[in-house]
Design a protein around this ligand. Sequence first.
Ligand code: PEP
Length: 259
Amino acid sequence: MRRLLVAGNWKMNTVRKTAEALASGVASGAKPHLATVDVLVCPPFPYLVPVAAALAGSGVSLGAQNVWHEPKGAFTGETSADMLLDAGCSHVLIGHSERRHVLREPDDLINRKVRAAIGKGLHAVLCVGELPDERSSGRTQAVLDRQMESGLAGVEAGDFGKLTIAYEPVWAIGTGVTATPEQAQQAHDHLRKWVAARYNPEVAKALRILYGGSVTAKDAKNLFEQADVDGGLVGGASLEAEKFVPIIEAAAAVTASGK
Ligand code: PEP
């Protein structure tokens, strides 16, 4: 039985005051549902520590949006896994489409980050997903296979307790175009089968696969009801507690309905 996870990626938004207020709003809205649903927020680096304080004792987890794979040293502007743990993070997003496509992070760098994060005890949320033309030309599954193969190189079956996959089709991120529940289910089913074949069926069955891409409270329930959709990675709709908490509520309702 996989618990649903609702994760908020705040990207490069908020200032300290609004980050603290948003964290408090999420914490109080999530409270009645944390017995059945997991909740994670990923603020910008400068606000990890104040958000950790705002979330203290709430049961809402804290994640970073990126990590550097080296433990320390001359890497100007970068942040190590140990620093994230020290700031109160339990999770880190790796390979988000904006880092892959805007900042040109290559597959091998993403893999180093995944291995470094897991090696230090952080929970890695590895984001994968196809570009619009990759979907329209029928290459979605091949792209997902490549991103999984390269992203998880050197990751063992025993590491999967520290891993979540987020399927985020690039054409759906920040566009207002959400994948249909059927499109999401099809991709998630493919990803789970890939893990079953490459690792083993037990690991695949236990792995959480989130859907990300313009999720709102309106479509969350239909997405989360899909057999292989284990929650959501939410960008825009995670920036206001009034929009994010109803997505948590949708996850709780789906869980209560017996999924
Ligand atoms: C994201 O940033 O991971 C994301 C899915 O963004 P949005 O919900 O805004 O599409």
